[in-house]
Design a binder for this molecule. Structure first.
Ligand SMILES: Cc1cc2nc3c(=O)[nH]c(=O)nc-3n(C[C@H](O)[C@H](O)[C@H](O)COP(=O)(O)O)c2cc1C
Length: 233
C-alpha cells in the first residue's frame, strides 16, 4: 500500500484503558486501519502500579473520582522504542476521568509530550459515559502546547440514557453488576459501548486509512456518529 509520497502509511495508537472500553474501540479502529494496508503500532500505557477494574467499593470509587478531578497523575512505564519512530499519525486514546484525561495520559503528556507530539499529526479518541467537552478542551490545549497538530477528534459516549448511565457507571466501578439487577437492568442493559459503536470505530479506521493513503486532510472527516444521545460538560 503506497501513500501519495510512496512510503508505507504508518500509524501509532497510544492508549490507556481501565475498564476495556477504549481498548475495545481501539481494537476495531486498528483493524479498520490495517484493512487499508496501514502499518500499525499499538502501545498500551502501563501504570507502574497496576490498576484493576472494578475499583471494588463505593468509598474507593468516590476517592478515585475526587483524585481524578484534581488531575492526579498516574505514573506509567517507559514507552517501547517503536513509539519513537516516525509516524504519519498518532492516535491518542483513553477514557474521561472526572472531566479530565485519565491519570496515565496526563503522565504521558507531562513526561513525553514535547518529544513525542511536537510537529506530529495527532487524533485523540475519547471513550466516556457522556461528558467529554472539558476533557477534550484540556487535551487539545495540552497537545497543542507540546507542538502537536490536532487534526480532529473521535468521541464515543455510552449509549444508555441518563440518569441510568451515571448510576450504572458508578455502580459498575464500585464492583456491582447493575445490568443484572431486576429493576435497574430494565433501564441500564449494559455497561459501556455498543456493538454498533465498535463497528463505527472500524469504519473510522477505514476512513482514516483511506485519507492517509490519498494524502488528504483528516480535518474534514466526520466522526460524529460515535456520539450517542445527550452530550455534556
Ligand atoms: C474515576 C472515573 C471518573 C470518570 N469520570 C467521567 C466523567 O467525568 N465523564 C464521563 O463521561 N465519564 C466518566 N467516567 C466513565 C469513563 O470515562 C467511561 O466508563 C469510559 O468508557 C471508560 O473507558 P475505559 O474502559 O477505556 O477506561 C469515569 C470513569 C472513572 C473510572
Amino acid at each position: 500500500m503506497q501513500p501519495a509520497d510512496s512510503r508505507p502509511v504508518k500509524v501509532l495508537i497510544l492508549f490507556y484503558s481501565f475498564s476495556a472500553q477504549t481498548s475495545g474501540l481501539i481494537h476495531r479502529l486498528g483493524a479498520g486501519l490495517e484493512g487499508q494496508g496501514v502499518q500499525l503500532t499499538c502501545e498500551r500505557l502501563q501504570p507502574i502500579t497496576p490498576r484493576h477494574f472494578p475499583i471494588g467499593t463505593m468509598p474507593a470509587t468516590l476517592l478515585m473520582m475526587f483524585s481524578t478531578f484534581l488531575r492526579v497523575r498516574i505514573p506509567i512505564q517507559p514507552l517501547s522504542p517503536a513509539c519513537w519512530e516516525q509516524y504519519d499519525l498518532i492516535v491518542l486514546a483513553g477514557p474521561t476521568w472526572s472531566y479530565n484525561p485519565s491519570g496515565p495520559v496526563l503522565s504521558l503528556l507531562d513526561r513525553d509530550g514535547a518529544r513525542l507530539f511536537a510537529g506530529r499529526q495527532v487524533l485523540p479518541l475519547i471513550s466516556c459515559r457522556g461528558y467529554w467537552r472539558m476533557h477534550w478542551l484540556n487535551l487539545r490545549w495540552q497537545l497543542e502546547r507540546c507542538g502537536a497538530r490536532v487534526v480532529n477528534r473521535m468521541i464515543f459516549t455510552h449509549p444508555s440514557k441518563e440518569p441510568w448511565r451515571t448510576i450504572g457507571v458508578f455502580l459498575k466501578l464500585a464492583g456491582r453488576v447493575p445490568e443484572r439487577s431486576r429493576w435497574l437492568g430494565r433501564f441500564y442493559p449494559r455497561y459501556g459501548h455498543s456493538r454498533e459503536q465498535q463497528d463505527q470505530a472500524f469504519a473510522f479506521g477505514e476512513l482514516i486509512g483511506q485519507a492517509l493513503k490519498r494524502g488528504s486532510s483528516l480535518t474534514d472527516l466526520s466522526f460524529a456518529s460515535g456520539r450517542v444521545g445527550q452530550d455534556g460538560a
